[in-house]
Design a protein around this ligand. Sequence first.
Ligand code: NAD
Length: 502
Amino acid sequence: MSTLNENIARAQAHMQRFREQGVMNHINGESVAAVSGETFETLSPVDLQPLAKVARGGASDIDHAVMVAQKTFKTWSKTSGKERRAILIKVAEAIEARAEEIAFTECMDTGQALRFMSKAAIRGAANFRFFADKAPEAEDGLALRNDTQMNVTSKRPLGPVGVITPWNTPFMLSTWKIAPALASGCTVVHKPAEFSPMTAKLLVEIAEEAGLPKGVLNLVNGFGEDAGKALTQHPGIKAIAFVGESRTGQLIMAQAAPTLKRFHFELGGKNPFIVFDDADIDRAVNAASFMIYSLNGERCTSSSRLLVQESIYDEFTRRVAEIASNVKIGHPLDPETVVGPLIHPEHEKKVLSYFDKAREQGATIAAGGEKVGEEGCFVRPTLFTNATNDMVIAQEEIFGPVLTAIPFKDEEDALRIANDTEYGLAAYLWTNDLNRAMRLTDELEAGMMWINSENIRHLPAPFGGVKASGIGRDGGDWSFDFYMETVNVSFPRKVHQVPKLG
Ligand code: NAD
């Protein structure tokens, strides 16, 4: 295993081109500056030093990218599924070949620890492979017959689509959205998050080098309120696949209303991790800790609300606090690091603000609750105990390595607390009582539930939330349903009587 210093040297070598040339937009196969010539800086969360200048795109850049995506849609949508599959498999292979560059760049741009990000490229490539394999059958439909008619359904790619992604795990999330769009025959304009734009540029370059025709995937960097907004308002864009905060989802829906777009929203979460006293406690302690302290807690499916049965609450939270105090905080490229710096000082300020709110409302800080060092955005993994579900630390998405533990009495109490939130993304249920698991999974308000398990993804399974956590599902055929339009053609089965008027 390489040392931290070796990794830093390698990361600097990988990122040198960004330092020298900046992170440009990428439209029609060309690396281009913003039309306005404006740039902004992306910072290293480790020491807040600028990593690179980034093109600050706006409405004119979006116009250009959409025009290109409309033009390339004419050919890409008619490229056979078999051929799209072959190209996207090559993209997957090319991603794997540059796994280190992707992982190191992602760590430096986001602050996520290498032990988790080392899999970013593998996960991204898996997304491309999985959706590529489905491309040849993407148009398939059903034959629906009645006495007189035979209805035949089929699917067609929707058109140019907009993909807007957040900063937490940008490479994996971008591939998760872009791969099925391309497999469906759509062309894409991607607007990555301004806090971590680097690996989106790698993705489009890698894809084109692997054979994706120029202009099928286009990249416009910039801020949400200008480039993002312009993309959502553009009449040439037929759908918006968005991953981000619930509040931003509301804005996007309003912005896009005049152009009647299709939306897929993957939004925030405040996910209950429910532990009954009959559960395997050792495994539950590890799973609860993993789901909040991995990926810096900047994870939509994190176990951010820990609901533990009263009889085991003290022991359980004592053990989680011990883990929180022991995990290594450090440089994201240190192979031992579990918790790296949070993405940006603005986000760090938000996370730190919850420590005062917890104290004010009477919760106990059983672990962490402070910033680490003066340099960078390092926050100690934190556990709040003696919390109640009406506290802001139990209701608001903190999006950091911060866990709120709430005791419950019985099944009814657990269910009431679990559902008492505006969100409904994921729920984790730990019990060895099968009947209880059946009862609760019928009642929990969440799009995804894991029983006696942490979040383990299976690409054919649906991914998405209910309530304020989202609209629509990704994964398997659900992704194709989003990026494709179903059409119905009706044939007469015999010469039937047509109604005569007049
Ligand atoms: P965010 O909503 O602030 O930003 C996400 C993206 O939207 C960025 O690219 C941003 O520039 C853009 N944006 C902002 N305002 C916009 C506007 N008015 N119009 C168009 N685009 C706009 O989210 P974030 O802070 O980057 O990410 C964290 C959030 O993402 C958390 O709430 C987290 O739960 C959520 N998330 C959800 C999932 C999921 O699958 N449900 C996965 C990862 C992250």
